[in-house]
Design a protein around this ligand. Structure first.
Ligand SMILES: [Fe+2]
Ligand SMILES: [Fe+2]
Length: 270
């Protein structure tokens, strides 16, 4: 199935990528697909959206300023939908790249990819209502870079679901809080509704990451509690260097231990 996965990953056009994925996932669930891998893993040198979005350094990505304006809403929606779009590729890449794992692993990450497609489309609908579309705002490729750096299962699971997606569990409530303070507006209400759905569903992605991170730790005979912080320190030296807002409840649900959470928060929160 690697040939099909590779063509979905490489597809630059969002509509085509989603339609290729939907066809593949339908056949996968119907057990209508050859599950074996036949070719060597390919490395990518640029993200699939490189021809759709202008990629700039993270500090140059437009900041959302005034969320009561159409432009502010477009910038916010685009930033989140870009994360969702990158997450589609990351979930499919986890299926494509890491082989000889239990079938449940592939079921899990294809289910995540399917969620990310839905999240992307949910936000795309709103940005289109505002007269814009994916590709209209400059983006960074930090998620793609994270996937490039992590070429083993243990590192990938630690960094992508268990660090980056978990950070989203902390960040989304802060965005929601800001949005809820704004004067009543139909578009803002729609954004709030959709971000609430995404936040709820992302807990499951982090949880799946936790399950497969545990699996990789056991397989490599490594201690979960120390290896996680070791990996994050390696790639994100500032990652947990100072105290910040932690979504204790969501992270606990997703498998983080109190020892880990207290260490991240630099105080007892759990
Ligand atoms: Fe998502
Ligand atoms: Fe996700």
């Amino acid at each position: 199935m690697d040939k099909e996965l590779l063509s979905i990953l490489k597809e630059a056009n969002p509509d085509k990528k989603i339609s290729l994925f939907n066809d593949f996932y339908r056949d996968y669930k119907a057990k209508d697909i050859d599950l074996s891998y036949k070719f060597e893993v390919v490395e990518f040198d640029k993200p699939s959206y490189a021809s759709v979005c202008k990629i700039v350094p993270p500090q140059d990505v437009p900041r959302r300023s005034n969320l009561t304006t159409k432009d502010g809403q477009i910038i916010l929606l685009h930033a989140i939908m870009h994360i969702e779009y990158s997450a589609i590729d990351l979930a499919i890449d986890a299926v494509y790249r890491f082989r000889d794992l239990p079938k449940q692993y592939y079921d899990d990450w294809l289910e995540v990819a399917d969620d990310e497609v839905r999240h992307f489309l949910m936000l795309r609908e709103l940005i289109q209502e505002l007269g814009a579309d994916y590709g209209d705002v400059e983006v960074h490729d930090a998620l793609f870079e994270a996937s490039q750096k992590t070429q083993t299962l243990i590192e990938r699971m630690a960094v992508v679901p268990r660090y980056l997606e978990a950070n989203g569990l902390d960040a989304t409530p802060l965005i929601l809080k800001k949005l809820k303070k704004l004067p009543k507006n139909e578009m803002i209400d729609k954004i709030i509704d959709r971000l609430n759905i995404i936040l709820e569903e992302e807990i499951d992605h982090v949880k799946k990451g936790d399950i497969w991170f545990n699996y990789a730790c056991k397989k490599n005979d490594m201690k979960k509690s120390s290896i996680y912080f070791e990996i994050i320190d390696r790639y994100y030296p500032q990652g947990f260097s100072r105290a910040r807002s932690i979504n204790t409840e969501a992270r606990k649900e997703a498998g983080f231990s109190c020892v880990e959470l207290n260490k991240m928060a630099h105080k007892d929160i759990c």
